[in-house]
Design a protein around this ligand. Structure first.
Ligand SMILES: O=P(O)(O)OC[C@H]1O[C@H](O[C@H]2O[C@H](CO)[C@@H](O)[C@H](O)[C@H]2O)[C@H](O)[C@@H](O)[C@@H]1O
Ligand code: UDP
Length: 724
């Protein structure tokens, strides 16, 4: 039976120690509360840290047994690991950077090494548990390296990754000295999910800028795999919150609270203690509300729950002091004998009491500076079924992308926030109900079950697509078979693309000049009279002639425009015109003028716009614009627009590598064919070959007509050497 192995730093149950007794309680934090509400079934196991240092063997055994019953497998961390991995790299480097608080980030080599070691530890724990058919779903920033570690150990596994916090602009990410390793770690997954489209865009941009990997429609092309990237806004267990808030137990709590609060209106604020949550700014705005609208004094109370969190990290300790001080100052300034402006609780509450608070409140204040999603906002909405109530929501919470019927605010604008609190407290009942109902419909539909289903279906789809669309690796056995057929053959045709296949793809095309090793390889291959070696390239004939002209080989240049057999001269594929260049060249020049790093290459019968040296995102955007424009001009003419690897080529229609290669097939009638290429333009060659030909794609495995795949140009050379 195949299972889903959920892996996250924090388990949904946390272990606490009072005196020497261990107790087990639900964890706080959206990852644990959200996923924790649905994972329990025989098909799932959850691997994670129980939230406490437990070093004694007996205690560990006790914890293992307790958690086992709930399908959880603890990963125990030592004190040093908690310091370096959890408090350190996770919460002093990644957390501040990803939430745009780079000023709080530390870059410490020892912490980074501990982070890597703990990711390894999680990897071992998962590998001990996971069978070959199990799906592994890794969660969050504490385990960014884990997908790649698992991929190395289990290349065929189905691995998903979901990030619960924002993904920042690459300008922030690149500041981390290990940013490339972190991205590579994530790319071990088959599917990478984010809460919002914006985070996903930042990720793709970072991958392109820092790793140079290209993506199309959210699919990142890696050498030998492709990774699907998408957004999946996490939902909550709607029914659970709606039902609990309407329960008798919650009603009992509400009666009690009401008695204490009397008639005052309630503004509710619930968060973990975190500088990303905007708690201090919220307090300042509340102060402003009481200043600017004194009519609310004695009539409203801010009920503020702050859940202790990461209290060993310095920034969290100083934030606690700041909040204590602000609350003290505001209460001292405005309190009366019968009224306290802020009721402040530094602790966590069980679901029933939280639900009662949600149900009781007139207004919920969810005003983070940055927040991956924020489930409190959704829980408030679900708890208000059949009720009025107003949600004030920061534009920088992931939830704001969905809950557009909330009052959306900028959390740094305290004056705006104070005024919006006033607006919320005076909003007509009808408008409250209408906004609430529309948000409820959304939170009910896009609930956590829907989220899991969506993610899992997409993971299944991505994996399946990889398997069906990916070109098979050129196995040792297939290569053996190829060599056997090669040995038998007497009239062999070797069609070899140049850039990216025989030589590495370089920033400056002129630097891809053949080295001694390549010249020797081609010389030896062509020395065998049974071989006809053809370099089939997009390059102009002059360059090919200059670089390789001394060899006894054939050429197909300019993507099939110029042909040359070793015994003869250069000939045109067919009579061609080039007067169209006069009209097209100025368009390409205009685009070069607007795009630093772009350049034009002119061949006899084609013009090429290169963008390999352009900022990758700008290059891709300009290339799209140019292709659209050129295609428009080329319609109703005998021109065609070809897109290659960081190039756009415009040339006469009907000519491509495949059409040219067909001439060699009919002229020489080979009994063995090997065609190797890395580019989109080589697909024309592959497509023109008979089914028994050995067609080999270098680089990406995705959607090629080739029968086999190899990783790099070095592999291509090795393959050719193995024929000698
Ligand atoms: O495990 P802790 O260090 O105690 O922190 C609690 C969790 O905080 C973060 O939660 C995030 O996930 C929520 C659900 O997707 C999302 O709504 C929220 O915006 C995030 O901040 C963190 O990502 C988790 O790993 C922690 O367990
Ligand atoms: O006393 C409390 C206060 C909050 N929460 C839960 O903690 C989670 C907070 O998740 P959110 O996504 O809002 O932010 P995070 O803390 O994960 O950054 C929510 O599910 C709350 O119900 C809790 O269990 N007990």
């Amino acid at each position: 039976m195949s299972r889903t192995i959920i892996v996250s730093n924090r388990l949904p149950t946390k272990v606490q120690r009072t005196a020497s007794v261990l107790s087990f309680t639900p964890s706080e934090g959206g990852l644990a509360t959200g996923l924790g509400s649905i994972y329990k079934s025989d098909d799932n196991v959850w691997v994670g840290w129980p939230g406490l240092s437990i070093e004694g063997e007996d205690e560990q055994q006790h914890v293992v047994e307790q958690l086992h019953a709930d399908s959880m497998r603890p990963v125990f961390l030592t004190d040093a690991e908690i310091k370096g991995f959890y408090e350190g790299f996770s919460n002093e480097t990644l957390w501040p950077t990803f939430h745009y608080f780079s000023q709080y980030a530390v870059y410490d080599l020892t912490q980074w090494e501990t982070y890597r070691a703990v990711n390894e530890k999680f990897c071992h724990a998962v590998l001990e548990l996971a069978g070959p058919d199990d799906t592994i779903w890794v969660h969050d920033y504490q385990l960014l390296l884990l997908p790649q570690m698992l991929r190395k150990a289990r290349p065929e596994s189905s691995i998903g990754f979901f990030l619960h916090i924002p993904f920042p602009s690459y300008e922030l990410l690149r500041v981390i000295p290990w940013s490339k390793e972190l991205l590579e770690g994530m790319l071990g997954a088959d599917l990478i999910g984010f809460h919002t489209f914006g985070y996903m865009r930042h990720f793709l941009s970072a991958v392109s800028h820092l790793l140079g990997a290209t993506s199309q429609n959210g699919i990142v092309e890696l050498g030998n795999r492709s990774v699907v990237v998408d957004s999946f806004p996490m939902g909550i267990d709607y029914e659970k919150y709606a039902t609990t808030a309407a329960s008798e137990e919650a009603a009992g709590h509400i009666r009690q609270y009401r008695e204490a609060l009397q008639e005052v209106r309630v503004i509710l604020s619930i968060d973990r203690l975190d500088y990303t949550k905007g708690i201090a700014e919220r307090l300042k705005a509340y102060d402003l509300l009481l200043q600017r609208h004194p009519e609310w004094r004695g009539k409203v109370t801010l009920l503020m729950v702050v859940v202790p969190s990461r209290d060993q990290v310095a920034q969290y300790q100083s934030l606690k002091e700041e909040i204590d001080e602000l609350v003290g100052r505001i209460n001292a300034a405005y309190s009366s004998i019968t009224w306290t402006p802020i009721q402040y609780f530094y602790r966590s509450y069980p679901l029933e009491e939280l639900s009662a608070l949600y149900r009781l409140a007139d207004v919920a204040l969810v005003t983070p500076m940055r927040d991956g999603m924020n489930l409190v906002a959704k829980e408030f909405v679900a708890s208000k079924e059949g009720q009025q109530g107003v949600l004030i929501l920061s534009e920088r919470a992931g939830a704001a992308r969905e809950l557009s019927d909330a009052l959306i605010i900028n959390p740094t604008d305290t004056i705006q926030l104070a005024e919006v609190m006033h607006e919320a407290l005076t909003m007509p009942e009808e408008e409250q109900v209408q906004r609430m109902e529309s948000m409820q419909a959304l939170v009910r539909q896009y609930n956590v079950h829907h989220w899991v289903e969506l993610f899992m279906n997409r993971l299944f789809y991505s994996k399946n697509k990889q398997l069906t669309l990916a070109t098979a690796a050129f196995s040792a056995q297939d290569q053996q078979q190829m060599r056997a057929e090669y040995a038998q053959a007497t009239n062999r045709l070797l069609l070899l693309d140049y850039d990216g296949t025989l030589a590495a793809f370089t920033r400056d095309p002129q630097r891809a000049k053949p080295d001694a090793d390549l010249l020797d390889l081609l010389r030896q291959l062509s020395a065998d009279e049974r071989n006809r070696v053809v370099v089939i390239s997009g390059r102009d004939r002059a360059t090919l002639q200059q670089w390789l002209g001394d060899l006894s080989i054939d050429f197909i240049a300019e993507h099939g425009v110029w042909l040359k057999a070793k015994e003869g001269d250069w000939t045109l594929f067919q009579p061609l015109r080039s007067d169209w260049k006069r009209e097209i060249r100025p368009i390409l020049e205009l685009s070069v003028g607007r795009t630093t790093g772009a350049f034009i290459e002119e061949k006899d019968f084609s013009l090429v716009w290169h963008y390999r040296r352009v900022d990758p995102e700008l290059g891709a955007t300009r290339a799209r614009e140019l292709v659209n424009h050129l295609n428009f001009l080329a319609s109703n003419t005998d021109l065609q627009v070809l897109e290659g690897n960081k190039v756009i080529e415009i040339k006469n229609a009907g000519i491509n590598k495949g059409a040219a290669a067909t001439r060699w097939l009919s002229t020489y009638e080979p009994d063995f064919i090997l065609a190797i290429g890395d580019d989109r333009t080589d697909e024309d060659t592959f497509g023109a070959m008979p089914p028994e030909a050995y067609t080999v794609k270098v680089g990406s495995t995705w959607r090629s007509l080739a029968r086999f795949h190899i990783d790099t140009h070095e592999d291509a050379r090795r393959l050719l050497r193995s024929l000698l």
